[in-house]
Design a protein around this ligand. Structure first.
Ligand code: SF4
Ligand code: SF4
Length: 154
């Protein structure tokens, strides 16, 4: 997605994770997976795609499309939250590793500022350049969420 040089984040945005764990725990917020995410995690667990999806994922309808999301534990922690951290950290989905630089979050200053209510790391700490932010946005656009209908044909 081409960006304007006068974008609200032309001079970068500040973000540093405080490791509060709110985005991994206590909520059924979705972690949507791409084909590449599923591939990485099946390699990690030595499972087929079908086995991995049956064990760790569920399918949901988000209105405009169906998507594959990670399951939650009974207390609504992400299924991969174990022993105080992400148990698949080096293979965590793009949605997790690219946070907070998702296309929707950087679409406008208002959307970026609204994130402050969800994440204490927004607008504090490390400065991320416009180029770095655009790299995350472009990677998300190149790596779309997995389509469950196509998945069933694999
Ligand atoms: S909510 Fe923000 S600060 Fe807390 S763990 Fe997630 S990214 Fe880090
Ligand atoms: S995969 Fe890891 S980083 Fe992503 S929500 Fe689950 S525990 Fe958090």
């Amino acid at each position: 997605m081409p960006m304007q040089s006068d974008s609200f984040y032309a001079r970068g945005l500040r973000f540093s994770c405080t490791e509060c764990s709110l985005c991994c725990r206590f909520d059924s917020g979705y972690v949507f997976l791409s084909d590449h995410d599923i591939h990485s995690l099946t390699q990690r667990f030595t499972l087929s795609r079908r086995q991995f999806i049956d064990r760790y994922c569920r399918q949901i309808d988000v209105g405009i499309a169906a998507r594959i999301t990670l399951r939650e534990q009974k207390n609504l922690d992400c299924i991969f939250w174990k022993h105080g951290g992400c148990s698949v950290y080096s293979d965590r989905p793009l949605q997790c590793r690219s946070f907070p630089f998702w296309p929707a979050h950087v679409a406008s200053l208002a959307q970026w500022q609204a994130l402050r209510r969800e994440c204490p790391g927004i607008d504090v700490g490390r400065l991320h350049s416009r180029e770095a932010i655009e790299q995350w946005v472009n990677r998300r656009n190149r790596e779309p969420f997995c389509n469950p209908q196509q998945e069933q044909r694999k």
